[in-house]
Design a protein around this ligand. Sequence first.
Ligand code: SAH
Length: 346
Amino acid sequence: MTSPYDLSREDFATHLDGVPNYRINQILEGLWQQDRRFSEMTSLPLALRTQLEEEFPLALTMTSEVATDAGETMKWLFTLADGATIETVLMAYQDRVTVCVSTQAGCAMNCSFCATGQAGFTRHLTAGEVLEQVAYAARTAAPRRLSNVVFMGMGEPLANYDVTTTVVKRLHAERGMSARHLTVSTVGIAPAIERLAGEGLPLTLAVSLHVANDAQRDKLVPINRRYNLDRLAVACHEWVGTTNRRLSFEWALIAGLNDTPEAAQELLDYARPLQAHINLIPLNPTPGYPVIGSSMSKVRNFADMIEAGGLTVTTRATRGRSIAAACGQLAEVTRGKRARLPVSSQ
Ligand code: SAH
């Protein structure tokens, strides 16, 4: 269950005893700057290319690809060496190209409206398995440069803490990506947020709040029963105070539940002391949560209420809905709840 992207310079040097340093540099440059497979690293002698291919096979096999939004959103299903499956989404915009990566196969957080949560947990990914998703996306995006990585695919990044921090460090070191371009989204594991605050890592943190009263959040986001809103606020204050970075709250708008003036007021009361940015997500339908998302006019009204209350707000563009690649829809297809995958771009 390792990927070539799990290996450090030292790992390569040890495995390839006797191979000169400049060759190791070429290998690392090929993997990280040129997004090449070993077979494509033509500056290396053929024998070395073959040896690398045999000893360090890729961890991800792409088993399904679907595209939508005129080809600007692509979703891949990858099968891992042990048969576990994960999903990755690539989104091209005018000003940026973003990949949404999975950090776990499945998820143990069990948020009621999320398809991955409904499917349960399989296992943690390795850092290389996450990094390989980035490399795959970068290859596909070329000649455009992959600019952003969001940890918003399957899984809870802070439940796979060491892997998430390793991935951030390596993306920074090897691909030169910085905080504005790396966003980790968490369900709100308070002690992990506090630990992360102390690491000085170049990342933007987004917290999936969705509702700002404990009674409702206990149901929607069950980890709230362990780390309630007060506990989460302590961690968020620590994040903002230590890192001096703006925090985002994600808020998936669910009709009648959290799109009301009362819900907006609760959010304002909670988020104002933190000066958090609010990211509204129109709820995407998932089979296990037969509740509808707010209408677009409700979404706009809600955004207006938040702005009037003095916070900045953006509404996330809905990408990939028709191919079950939108927020929270991942894992839907693999569970066979949809009749079939749409086969072509529309
Ligand atoms: N475990 C991380 C990453 C999850 S996915 C987290 O909870 O933040 C990223 C975002 O999509 C989260 O805010 C998540 O709550 C949201 N999401 C999940 N299901 C959704 C759905 N059906 N519609 C809209 N957003 C959803």
